[in-house]
Ligand binder design. Sequence first.
Ligand SMILES: [Zn+2]
Length: 265
Amino acid sequence: MKSETGGGLLLPGDPPPFEVINPEGRARLVLFSDHAGRAVPQRLGTLGLKQDELDQHIGWDIGIAKLARKLAAALDAPAVLAGYSRLVIDCNRRLDDPTSIAQESDRIPVPGNRGLSGEERKARQDAIFRPYHAAVAAVIARKRKQGPDPAILSLHSFTPRMNGFARPWHIGILWNRDPRLPVPLMARLMQEPGLVVGDNEPYSGKDEHGYSVIAHAEAQGLPHGLIEMRQDLIGDTAGVARWAETLIRVLRDVLADERVYQPRA
Ligand SMILES: [Zn+2]
């Protein structure tokens, strides 16, 4: 699926705002990853940051794009990956959220995001946020039209240390009101030897800061969950392969259970 170049922000040579992998995937599942990419439009330079800052966790969810590709291929599921850095515009924040275009991240100020005009903000929304979410919505709508309704999984990764605290979880499942997918998924993950599974850790789905799962899954009544993988575990090819193998096995088991898809009472 080709993506639109969007508004006037993107130039020839800039990557597309999203990529749809395996659009015809037949699994009863749609994957998306809001922070998969770390591109910055040429017109915005490096947002006033050093390249190595953009390459760190503040710029993107390290490792998650590679993991998402493996899951999409093995499970035969469509996956939508965002192409641009969360620091250009955060595709997992409402547009009226103050952190939609972050002034700082993990205590690093982002000079290129200071003092933006309404027009500059709108250019990022139109070129990146809107086309990405339109793509996610289109993939889900097509799945639903073909039937039966899919489960939705949002894929993220988290930095192993935050504010001096070493996060013990290998993987966390974030969720709020709908237990259909997250509860059996956590139970199945806990059967894996040695796995430390976070229940609404290292972030909580109950604080409703996230946008994408609420908009694309909760609001549609689709079973859903959000996976957070610790970045040091999927920082190289071997780690991605190991964790993909585990998640593929676990998700095959969990998604094969019809109860996941039963309408909620
Ligand atoms: Zn993320």
